[in-house]
Design a protein around this ligand. Sequence first.
Ligand SMILES: [Zn+2]
Length: 322
Amino acid sequence: MQVGLCLAGGTQELGRVDLGLVADMGFSCLFMGCYEDDMHWRAEDVAGFVRRARARKLNVIAIPWGYGRVLDPDPAIPSLYVETHPQSLQVDSRGRRVPKACPNNPYFLEWFSSSMRTLAWMLEVNGFLWDEPSFHYARGTWACRCEYCLRLFHAQTGREMPREFTDLVVKFRESSLVMFLLAAAAAIQAVDYKLDSLVMPAPSMPGSQLHSGTSNWGALADCSACDAISLFVPWQHNEVPMEQAVKDLQQEASRHAEKAGKRSLLWLAASPNPRDKVAEALTCANRCGTETVVLADYGTLLDATGFESFTPQLQTIIAQVR
Ligand SMILES: [Zn+2]
């Protein structure tokens, strides 16, 4: 089993990361958050970090964050594009613009693809992870009813888009996000066809519905934009026992991935605090046959108080599961 580490703190954190320690701990891949605003001004620093990591035989996967907030695990992440392109934003079922670009807007898609091509060209990474692509859904309102979505829905179904959140609307949003992922993968693979394209749906336990457009994990794994399906194990938030959550999500991930001939990854929220059961979760994932586990993230784990005393135990566990 490979063990990866997520770096979510932007260029400020990259400057602090001790790559020697990361490699000595036994991590084999880094999942590096690339913030739109950060990449605007400090892309060279990030490119330098990737070169140093690759020199230590660490694989690096870029995770674009911001960028119109279609890839939006955290709505607090700023996006200059969202600020400056109000006409490209999603329109909710009450007719209001929400601070999130529409993946069906051709102008946004063009800008996004060109931004990803630039990232792929500048950073010598091994691949990209598309983190929780989503449509807006909150308090009973949903998106998107922009002019492009209305037209596309009509072209696909022969009907006007309803204001209710019907099954047809759910399917339309899901297929729109698959089309968005195809465009994203095509953009980076036009630069280098060997670049991996990893897909992370919104975190949920199997069977629960989130309405952000990525609940159909089978369709995501099937799509040619997906080389590996990546699932976050939200046991701490869902009050599910860790062992059961890891086992259930591993089963789901490998079921969809194997059917589609793809790989799968599991993500765990990690800290040195025994409450987060990092060592136990790694052992459990390895026992369930997980290919890769990613610990999230550097800030909450290696940068946290208490990490020093946890280091020997974590190092031993990673050596055992590798
Ligand atoms: Zn739209």
